[in-house]
Structure formats: C-alpha cells, structure tokens
Design a protein around this ligand. Sequence first.
Ligand code: SF4
Length: 262
Amino acid sequence: MIAPDWFREDRLPHIYCTGCGNGTVINCTLGAVEEMGWKREETVFVSGIGCSSRAPGYILTDSLHTTHGRALAFATGVKMARPDLNVVVFTGDGDLAAIGGNHFIHACRRNVDMTVVCMNNHIYGMTGGQGSPTTPPGAISTTTPYGASEPAFDLAELAVAAGANYVARWTSYHVKELTKAVAAGMQTPGLAFIEVRTQCPTNYGRHNKLRRVSDMIEHLRSHAMLVEKRDRLVQEGKPVPDDIFTVGELVRRNRPAMGVKS
Ligand code: SF4
C-alpha cells in the first residue's frame, strides 16, 4: 500500500479476484492523492456499480457508492453543492460508457472540476463477463461467444472530443506514469479523465487466450504506444500497427470549467 492512512482495513477481505488490476489502480490514485497533500475530510470518492466501483468502500473518507452509470451525476451534485471538496470518481468501462454514457459526455462538456479514473478491463466483470462498449472486435465474452462484432469506444478520445480539460491513458503496468497522470489531472481545474487499461483475469483473460495474469499485463505493455511515437509515425508516413492503443497525455487545456474552488 502506497497510502496506508487512507485504507479502510475493517473492510477486509476485499472482493477482488487474485490478479485483478483494480487494486493497482486504487493504489496509484491514492499515491496521487498523497502527492497532492489532500486531507481525508476534504476529499470525497464517488462510484457507480461494478468491480471498480467497489473501490471507495476501501478508502477512509466519505464516499458515495451510487447507482449503475450515475456516478458522474452524483459527483456533479457533490461538486455543485460543495466546490471546496476534492471529488474523485472511480468507474469502469460498462458503468461509464454504456448505461452512464450520457452522463460521461455531459460531465466532460460541462467540464466539472473532478477527477475521473476509469478502470477499463473491456468487460462487465462483476456480472459474469458480458461484452461492454470497450470489448475489442473479435474478443470472446459471454454475450459474444463467437467474438465481438462491434467497434469499441475509445474512451480517452471521447473525453477529449467532449471537452474535458485533462485526458490521459495508461495501463496497470505503467504504475509510475499512471500515478503522475492522476496527480496532473488533480492539479488541472476542470474535468480530468484518466483511462486505465487493466486486467480482469477472471472474466476476460481466461476466455481470450490470456490465462495467466502475467500474460494480460504483458499484453497491455506490448500493445501500448506512446502518443508521441504514434504521432511521429503518422508524420513520417509510416504505418501504425492496427492493434496498438496510445498511452500518455492526450490533452491538457484550459476551457471554462464548473465547480472550481474559489
Ligand atoms: Fe477484477 Fe474481473 Fe474479478 Fe472483477 S471479476 S474482481 S474485474 S478480476
């Protein structure tokens, strides 16, 4: 644990499967909170429903574990009522981009001053491995037993297009970079969106030829390309492999924001 003072030990044992990436993401986020010097009584964690959304329950602050897809709506309410508070949202790809998709684009459009950390494991983990809006084409899930046939959402690009002031993407392999990105998002007024590609060995890996946790992490590492490298390849007219995703800071800007501390 990076930040034992923030850990609610009386909630142990936690619900996460062995090898789940969610604990790494929580740890990195708390590392960023420590770096910011935030106090527990000034910080609120908000979540919706799903494995990732159980995270606030393990953190020793006031928190809201809300309804499916609605974390950003509740978090917006907290920020409008108490702009002095630091608001951090934990969400997953199903919670954020399916039932919560509308809240996602409008929270980014409004640029509400909060930090949103999305644990994107490409699947509905808690409910048994159904396909989500980020399930890659061809991937096996319980609702796509012959391989997903739909294109996947790029959550970080969606947040950029919708207006968030800070957007970054890393993976559960890149713990130092992820911690720095969450801290940078917390320092940026307006909505900060950090997408974290992470592993669900139980409901994604074992159906997609990534049976060992180390296979999943290696897959994330080897398919991540720095956004600067991708841009350089494009500029030089060189091919960009189809199966990579970009990591790094996608945007940091200063659009007008709502709920910023005065
Ligand atoms: Fe993690 Fe997947 Fe297990 Fe949920 S089902 S705790 S996401 S490994």
